[in-house]
Ligand binder design. Sequence first.
Ligand code: RM4
Ligand code: MN
Length: 388
Amino acid sequence: MSTDPAVLAALKNQRIELPSWAFGNSGTRFKVFAQKGVPRNAYEKIADAAQVHRFTGIAPTVALHIPWDKVDSYQDLARHAADLGVALGTINSNTFQDDDYMLGSVCNADPAIRRKAVAHLVECIEIMDVTGSRDLKLWFADGTNYPGQDDIRARQDRLAESLAEVYARLGPDQRLVLEYKFFEPAFYMTDVPDWGTAFLHCLALGEKAKVVVDTGHHAPGVNIEFIVAGLLRAGKLGGFDFNSRFYADDDLMVGAADPFQLFRIMFEVVKADALRIESNVSFMLDQCHNIEPKIQGQIRSVMNVQEATAKALLVDRDELAVCQRDGKVLEANAILMDAYNTDVRPLVADVRRDLGLDPDPIAAYARSGYLESVVRERVGGEQAGWGA
Ligand code: RM4
Ligand code: MN
């Protein structure tokens, strides 16, 4: 097992952002299953997220989703987070749950509805001003279900105009990160379906606009690490929404469906030296736990990203470069596979020990009795959930 100090340092400095919505109830369009002890508001979601950081040591920020996490005072919420040893991160907008958005939000043919959507996005920036968040994450459910339903190109124009308005409102240290998804809820045409469309809009907007890669938002068989490599090369990768898919946008724990893919993605990140916080690539989780315990599910996801990263860091890149130069196809592949097939669990356990943590986060969390205590305390009130 490598104890290369650079590998250990990279793992200790890794940062993964947690999604507040992962701690609320969620489910499928068929049924949302309520779990005992689930948070009833943003404050309780942050308390749960703080547990994930407490046992992993590398997840110190929590992304909010507006209006799901609306509170009276974001200053107070930020203070609450700080008291619990975490900070507020990315602000996610939501223009997909209002009746007005049935035919789209920023791409809607009705200018009044577009104005309403843009106003919501500006409201999110106002929240960022208070929380000190850097990123406004945009994902649009906009699209059409039937050919001819609306004008594809006109919708792109409306999108560009709306984005430009929002972009103009960003502060000097704020960014707009645009997420794509190939289908759902629209089934014929989605307005931001792929990295190319997101990239074109970000390019037109400027330096402060970057693309977000949600690992669940591609058709089967798409080579996601290729997209990641290209966006990194262009300086346009804003970050990730990590999760796993078997079929559509399944939002399962990252690394559950395809740990090898996660490793390949992290290898591109490591090669581009983009793991460092200063690279400004953010590593967020975007999951909705349907049937599994939420805090434990998030801990597992953080561990999965950490293990994939450790394997990526172990690739003998010098040797790989030689094999690639010499056209040694199978030798080059073997170098990658050697790293992937390494059991890095002892290495990441060492990283945790160095951080003063229990080497087994799942067991330590179970022993802490946190879940039992919130199940006891969180009675009454309305549990937070998707509201879908
Ligand atoms: C979308 C997308 C967004 C997330 C919502 C809940 O499919 O992944 O990132 O905020 O779901
Ligand atoms: Mn996402």
